[in-house]
Design a protein. Structure first.
Length: 84
């Protein structure tokens, strides 16, 4: 199982960060530019990643169907040819 992590991209400088905890007692800042890191922003980015993944899956679905239909046709044709 993957480690439980929170990923964060600094909106100010684009640095990618990983957190083990969503919320800490101390205020966190970007190590590159000092941008204040809020848990709400971590949540927002996590949600955006889920939506992006769903959009990718929707885009990949027609290709998956085309491959399945192609494989089925190949089976039918090869069965037809071998039966002659
Ligand atoms: Zn930064």
């Amino acid at each position: 199982m993957a480690r439980y992590q929170y990923f964060y991209t600094c909106p100010q400088c684009g640095t990618h960060l990983e957190f083990k905890m969503r919320v800490t007692q101390t205020k966190r800042r970007c190590p590159q530019c000092g941008w204040r890191i809020y848990p709400e922003e971590i949540d927002r980015q996590a949600e955006a990643r889920v939506l992006a993944r769903r959009a990718r899956e929707r885009k990949a679905l027609p290709y998956a169907i085309a491959i399945a239909v192609g494989a089925l046709l190949f089976c039918i044709i090869s069965a037809f040819l071998s039966s002659r």
